[in-house]
Design a protein around this ligand. Sequence first.
Ligand SMILES: [Zn+2]
Length: 301
Amino acid sequence: MFDHLLPMAVAWPVGVFVFLLGLCVGSFLNVCIHRLPAGKSLLWPPSHCTTCLGPVAWYDNVPVVSFFVLRGHCRTCGAPFSARYMVVELATGLVFLGYWLAYFPLGLREGADHVGVYVVHMVLAGALVVSGVIDLERKEIYPSVTNLALGVGVIGSLVWPQVQTLGAFDHQLPDWTGYARADAALLALVGALVGAGLIFVTRVLGTAVFRKEAMGTGDIYLMAAIGGTLGWEASAMVFLIAPFFGLAYGIWHLLRQDDHEVPYGPFLGLAAGVVMLTQDYIFNYFRPGIEGMWRVMFRQG
Ligand SMILES: [Zn+2]
């Protein structure tokens, strides 16, 4: 059953390349995390120490490795660098490698062994890392980041309809226009609307019931990107799973300190990461129940 998958002789070098690519992307995500909240350009100036403003040479800017070579300090002034840089780089590298292994050599998700699907999913993952870390630190989500991922999700669906075929239940696209690409792009927009709508309704209801702001507007943008890329079905699953991550963090956080404002972006991101890999398993698990309910409701068979 695995004959269509990559032979191991090819898989190893590609896996190493994908991991290194992830480390470099993680290095760029650090730039986004650091500079977006400060309103600075992502491209200029080149990497520098935030304490002495001295430039960081290329050999001191190698992802992960340089952090250990310099023992987490600036070579010029000795100021400590946050370990967050290294953690984000390593996490992004592992995300790129992990999903590549799952989609290609291991074939854990049917239909995911497609380069376009992988590219679109990793763009979303990158946006989720940036949004999650900034939200965790500043309780803010930048629509410029999530809308970029949404744009890639919609255009990616137009170029590779497989992106939406994969996300749909039973891997079937609707036939709305007669053109698979157009149907896929429309389905991406439906996914974005459903994802954003779920958070929007929760926000309106929550704010009315608890009389204080429930969920930020940033979470609406974040779920639009998730729904637009992974499909409306996935965004519903993310919506249902995310509170469990949030609850675990909330309890731990309450025990530690008295800051009651819990950022929700990281948990939407974690849930999206889980659903990206396990959507089919989750649906198949609930399928008998959903179909049973359907039959009872419409008195069929
Ligand atoms: Zn320095």
